[in-house]
Design a protein. Structure first.
Length: 229
């Protein structure tokens, strides 16, 4: 079966993703991509396989987190991956998955003497995070201030130059982002024990036949042991 990626005007679903460590990234190191062939990662490949198995045409674009989620929410037959199915988002989309798993983790500079044994230890520290990311929202809901950036790859730079004490992110993205940003000297100082599951989030007005084909393809793949997490 051939891969059914097509360009504007012919696709049944338009997908968005963002740079997120091993889960989704540009093969060319770009911040933006317009073609599926230049976007890869464990979550991306899982979704590509689902669409191929379901024989559904799609476009896939690399943008930032906020743009991807907003467009998937606003436009029919549009989706975003990989999203955390948290309370704030759960009623805004149709969900297929999980397609990946990850842990929320907290990082300091390699030579830092900061010690974190609980979430409470984060209070009073300068915490950096990705704007609108699930871990940032989680901390803010706990009353822990987060200094956010539009793109998460800025945070290793901020960590290196002591603009923040702790970078709140995910295990799946941390070291790859730090390496690619040119500031790989980080260390994990705390991790939440429970994992988070990531999904393909589809606009609620996506064609019902398409949603059913994708859902059936996903479950068939899982039944036969095909998963990327």
């Amino acid at each position: 079966m051939s891969v059914r990626t097509v360009w504007a005007g012919n696709s049944e679903v338009v997908l968005y993703t963002n740079t997120n460590g091993m889960f989704s990234y540009s093969t060319r190191g770009n911040e933006w991509e317009h073609r599926a062939e230049y976007v890869t990662g464990t979550a991306v490949q899982m979704v590509k396989d689902i669409f191929q198995a379901a024989s559904v045409n799609y476009e896939l674009k690399l943008r930032n987190l906020t743009v991807g989620l907003e467009r998937a929410k606003a436009k029919a037959n549009t989706g975003y991956l990989a999203a955390s199915k948290d309370a704030e988002l759960s009623n805004d989309y149709l969900w297929i998955g999980p397609i990946a798993r990850d842990y929320w983790a907290f990082y300091a500079k390699r030579d830092s003497d900061v010690r974190v044994d609980s979430l409470n230890d984060l209070r009073g520290l300068k915490i950096g995070g990705h704007r609108n990311s699930p871990v940032t929202k989680f901390l803010q809901e706990k009353g822990i201030a987060v200094r956010t950036e539009k793109e998460d790859y800025v945070n290793p730079y901020r960590l290196n130059y002591d603009l923040i004490d702790i970078w709140a992110t995910t295990r799946g993205s941390s070291f790859k982002l730090a390496f690619e940003s040119g500031y790989p000297e980080i260390m994990e100082v705390y991790r939440l024990d429970s994992y988070i599951e990531l999904y393909l989030a589809l606009n609620k007005n996506t064609d019902k036949k398409v949603v059913r084909k994708l859902t059936d393809a996903y479950h068939e793949m899982i039944l036969h042991g095909r998963r990327w997490y």
